[in-house]
Design a protein around this ligand. Structure first.
Ligand SMILES: [Zn+2]
Length: 71
């Protein structure tokens, strides 16, 4: 269980955190990353748990890994 601010409930709530594979198209390459999704236990709203820097970092790593494997 993790704690996060929920916009719908307008307060910090406890919720479930799960990983979900999401596709992104970077420079014509399809890359898959594990995004962390937070679900509010009160209203069921879902949020991306990763901040923007983490998100971009994950995409970069996935892209570079795939790019290196293609060479
Ligand atoms: Zn909520």
């Amino acid at each position: 269980m993790e704690k996060m601010y929920c916009y719908k409930c307008d307060k910090d709530v406890i919720g479930e955190l799960r990983e979900e594979k999401t596709n992104h198209n970077i420079h014509g390459q399809n890359v898959v990353i594990d995004e962390r999704i937070f679900t509010c236990s009160i209203c069921g709203a879902e949020y991306d748990f990763d901040d923007y820097d983490t998100f971009v970092h994950k995409i970069n790593i996935a892209y570079l890994t795939k790019y290196e494997n293609l060479e």
